[in-house]
Design a protein around this ligand. Structure first.
Ligand SMILES: *Cc1c(COP(=O)(O)O)cnc(C)c1O
Length: 378
């Protein structure tokens, strides 16, 4: 199996990452690999910004970092400046987004895609209980929406199968019944061009430690479009979302802009590690990233789909993200054995093997080495 004369416009980008060449890392959809510049930035933040500048750093860039880094992510999701804030975890941002979406509604139900990542379903359940609405899991191919639907929560890319949903079509469907849509972009940000503003998406959330390589537990993001900001009533009315946080007023007045989605003091070290990790995106075109991701995953699929006992559950057309999910009865053992051979993917119970391809640092040779190892084990 050779890579042939394949041209890869992103081949030089791998050098920007701190990776071992003997490891085939195919789990960047769970925890992205570190860009090399992150370690030096964290050192700078700790030694100089925190160490020498001490509390003065809050007014030297720290306080605004959630909005500033948010605008950088905005460029990757088709959001004009002032609409994305980086804060908290995806779970917490989902809570804020869903509570805001049902605030004051006279509609009866929240709809969530049935195959959703567990935390999204759990949070939607709590929001339903707190707001008195009902929660209805539904198949994205048949959402059965009506004028009783208040909000629909959809995962852009399914974490288990890797299926990509049609954001334009589904957003339109939701709007046609007068409901709001919340998109979870955890497995699509950094994977393909996204057009939140152009599609009039109501709200979106996503995490930054997967394809954005922000580091373990790096803060998540929340998109609130400008026209929705005055009506964005989120329940976690912490002081950093206040219009004048340093006035220390006993009354809460939300910030007029996207900062009203903030809650408490941002985790600066993680935030600025993410900021450094985002630098790589200034050097690449998302269209190239997408093209390479589709080619890498197609190549891997071709190499594994006829292996004994393997069923590919990721769609084979364009409607997929950058992972290939395989079903096999011995998935858990197979993945343990692959990891022993330095091929790192992951296992999702009961029987799914996931191989995530990050076009910024994965190579066609990675796909071949992983397929060969899997073939030998089978
Ligand atoms: C990874 C992921 C999350 C993670 O949520 P955290 O709050 O960061 O733990 C949530 N939703 C989806 C769809 C994910 O893929």
């Amino acid at each position: 199996m050779g890579t042939g004369a394949r041209t890869d416009p992103l081949a030089h980008i791998r050098d920007l990452f701190d990776l071992d060449d003997d490891v085939v890392y195919l789990d960047g959809n769970s925890l992205g690999a570190p860009p090399k510049n992150v370690a030096a930035r964290v050192q700078e933040v700790v030694s100089r910004q925190w160490g020498r500048r001490l509390i003065r750093s809050w007014s030297e860039g720290w306080w605004e970092a959630p909005q500033r880094v948010g605008d950088r992510i905005g460029k990757l999701v088709g959001a004009a400046p002032g609409q994305v804030v980086v804060a908290d975890s995806t779970s917490v941002n989902l809570f804020k987004a869903l509570m805001a979406a049902v605030h004051g509604t006279d509609r009866a139900e929240i709809v969530v895609d049935a195959g959703t990542f567990p935390t999204d379903g759990y949070i939607a359940r709590s929001v339903a209980e707190l707001s008195g609405l009902t929660l209805r899991p539904a198949d994205p191919d048949d959402l059965a929406l009506s004028d009783t639907t208040a909000v629909v929560l959809l995962n852009h890319v399914d974490y288990r199968t890797g299926r990509l949903l049609d954001m334009a079509k589904l957003t339109e469907q939701v709007h046609a019944v007068g409901a709001k849509v919340v998109w979870d972009l955890c497995h699509s940000v950094g994977v393909l061009p996204i057009e939140l503003d152009a599609l009039n998406v109501n709200l979106a959330v996503g995490c930054t430690y997967k394809f954005l390589n922000g580091g373990p537990g790096s803060p998540a993001f929340l998109y609130v479009p400008t026209e929705a900001q005055p009506g964005f009533h989120q329940p976690l009315t912490g002081w950093t979302g206040h219009r004048s946080p340093f006035a220390m007023s006993p009354d809460y007045t939300p910030d007029p802009g996207v900062s009203r989605a903030r809650v408490g003091t941002p985790d600066i070290i993680s935030m600025l590690a993410l900021d450094a990790a985002l630098d790589v995106w200034d050097r690449v075109d998302l269209e190239d990233v997408r093209a390479k991701g589709l080619a890498l995953t197609a190549h891997f699929r071709d190499l594994v789909e006829d292996l004994p006992g393997i069923e590919v559950i990721t769609p084979d057309g364009e409607w997929r993200g950058h992972q290939v999910s395989l079903r096999h009865p011995d998935a858990a053992t197979l993945m343990r054995r692959l990891v022993e051979r330095q091929v790192i993917g992951d296992h999702r119970p009961p029987d799914v093997l996931r191989f995530g391809f990050a076009p910024l640092y994965n190579t066609f040779e990675d796909a071949e080495r992983a397929a060969t190892a899997l073939g030998e084990l089978l």
